[in-house]
Design a protein around this ligand. Structure first.
Ligand code: PLP
Length: 374
C-alpha cells in the first residue's frame, strides 16, 4: 500500500513511518485477551528503558488520552493532603499545569517568569525555603510553545534537597533528547505516543518511582478516571488497562518502540539535531529571526517572528506549504506574533531543504520581500 508522505513541521503529532501506520491494521481483537496484555507488559518495560530507569525502582503506567491527561493525573494523584505544589512556570504548558491545580483546587504556587528566559533558580530555592509545605515541584522540560529547554536536573536537585518530589512534563522531549530518570533527578515524567516515539495519538504514559506511586494510595482521591494509583494497581493485578485502551495505537506504538531502539537514542538525537540545524540554515538564508536565545533552544522547535511586511499573511503562506505537503504551525506566545517549525518525527535534513524551496516560492508568490523585513 502506498501512503502519501506528508512532512509535519508542527509540534506533534509527527510524521510517522509507513511501518508504524500499517502496524495498526490487525485482525480484530478484544483487548482483554492475554495476547494483548503481553504487548502492554513489554511496552511498560520498554518505556522505562527509554529513560534508562532501573526496573526495580521505576515503572510506567499507560493511559488512554492525549498528553494533557498525564499533567492532570500527576498533579491530582501525587499531592498529599495539606501540601502544596510549586509550578515553575515559564511557558504555555506549565500554565496549563497551573490551570489543572486551579480546577482541582490544589494548593499551589505559580512561580511564573518570562517565557523567553530560563527560570531563576535562586528564586526557586527561596520559595522552597519559605514554604516547607511544598511536597511537589513541577515544571516542563521542553516548553513546546517557544522551544525553550529548562534545566530540569538542577531543578530536580533543588526539589530533592528540600524534601519534595519532582514531576516534569517531558511530553515534547522524551524519545528525542536523551533523558536519564535517575541522573536527571526525576521522580515522574510523562509523554504521549505521537511525539518523540513517532507513533499515533491516543496513548499517554507516566514513568516514575514505584514506591512513590504505592505511597500515593493514601493521598486524597480527587479523580476516578485520572488516578495514578488506581491505574497502576489495576495493571499490576491484571496486566491490563482499567478501561478500554486505544487498541490500534498500542499496535502502532509497539512498532514505533521497535523502530526507536533500532535507530538508537544517539543516532535519533543526532538526526533531530541535523533537522534543527537545517531549519536554522533555511531561516537564516531567507532573513527570518527567531525569538529564543540560540543556546537555550531545545533543538526541536524554532519560534520564528512574523516579518514586518504588509503582504505577510501566515494563513496564506501556511496554505501554500500545506498544498505542497508541508504543515507549519502558528506560535503560542500571547505577546508576540510567531510561527513554529519543529524537528519532530520521521524526517531528515533533505525534507527541510525541500521545505525551504517550497517556502521561498510561497513567499514570492505572495509578494513578500526576500530577505524578509523586520
Ligand atoms: C503536546 C504537549 C502536551 C500534550 O498536549 P495534548 O494536546 O494533550 O496532546 C503536554 N505538554 C507538552 C510540553 C506538549 O508539548
Amino acid at each position: 500500500m502506498e501512503i502519501e508522505r506528508k512532512i509535519l513541521l508542527n509540534p506533534g503529532p509527527a510524521t510517522t513511518t509507513d511501518t508504524v501506520k500499517l502496524a495498526q491494521v490487525v485482525p480484530d481483537i478484544c483487548p482483554r485477551e492475554k495476547e494483548f496484555a503481553d504487548i502492554l507488559k513489554q511496552m511498560r518495560k520498554d518505556l522505562v528503558k527509554v529513560v534508562h530507569g532501573d526496573s526495580d525502582k521505576y515503572t510506567s503506567v499507560l493511559f488512554c488520552g492525549s498528553g494533557t491527561i498525564n499533567i492532570d493525573i500527576c498533579l491530582n494523584s501525587l499531592l498529599p493532603a495539606d501540601k502544596k505544589v510549586l509550578v515553575i512556570n515559564n511557558g504555555a504548558y506549565s500554565s496549563r499545569a497551573v490551570e489543572v491545580c486551579e480546577y482541582y483546587g490544589l494548593p499551589h504556587i505559580d512561580l511564573s517568569s518570562s517565557v523567553y528566559e530560563l527560570p531563576d533558580l535562586n528564586r526557586v530555592e527561596e520559595t522552597l525555603k519559605e514554604n516547607p509545605d511544598i511536597a511537589m515541584v513541577y515544571t516542563t522540560h521542553h516548553e513546546t510553545g517557544t522551544g525553550l529547554l529548562n534545566p530540569i536536573r538542577a531543578i530536580g536537585a533543588l526539589a530533592h534537597e528540600y524534601g519534595s518530589i519532582f514531576v516534569v512534563d517531558t511530553t515534547s522531549s522524551l524519545g528525542m533528547i536523551p533523558l536519564d530518570i535517575e541522573q536527571d533527578n526525576i521522580d515522574f515524567c510523562m509523554a504521549s505516543a505521537q511525539k518523540g516515539l513517532m507513533s499515533m495519538t491516543g496513548l499517554s504514559f507516566i514513568i516514575g518511582n514505584t514506591e512513590l506511586i504505592k505511597k500515593s494510595k493514601e493521598y486524597p482521591k480527587r479523580s476516578y478516571y485520572c488516578n495514578l494509583y488506581l491505574q497502576y494497581n489495576y495493571f499490576e493485578k491484571t496486566g491490563e488497562m482499567h478501561f478500554t485502551p486505544p487498541v490500534q495505537t498500542v499496535y502502532a506504538t509497539q512498532q514505533a518502540l521497535k523502530e526507536y531502539f533500532e535507530e538508537g537514542e544517539e543516532a535519533k538525537f543526532a538526526r533531530h539535531r541535523r533537522v534543527f540545524d537545517a531549519i536554522h540554515a533555511g531561516l537564516d538564508s531567507l532573513g527570518f529571526r527567531d525569538v529564543i536565545k540560540r543556546e537555550w533552544q531545545s533543538g526541536l522547535v524554532v519560534s520564528v517572528l512574523y516579518p514586518n511586511d504588509p503582504n505577510w499573511d501566515f494563513e496564506k503562506v501556511h496554505d501554500y506549504c500545506y498544498e505542497h505537503g508541508f504543515t507549519i504551525y502558528p506560535g503560542k506566545i500571547s505577546t508576540t506574533n510567531t510561527f513554529r517549525l519543529c524537528a519532530l518525527g520521521n524526517i531528515d535534513e533533505k525534507d527541510i531543504e525541500h521545505f525551504f524551496e517550497i517556502l521561498q516560492i510561497g513567499l514570492k508568490s505572495n509578494n513578500i520581500h526576500i530577505p524578509v523585513n523586520y
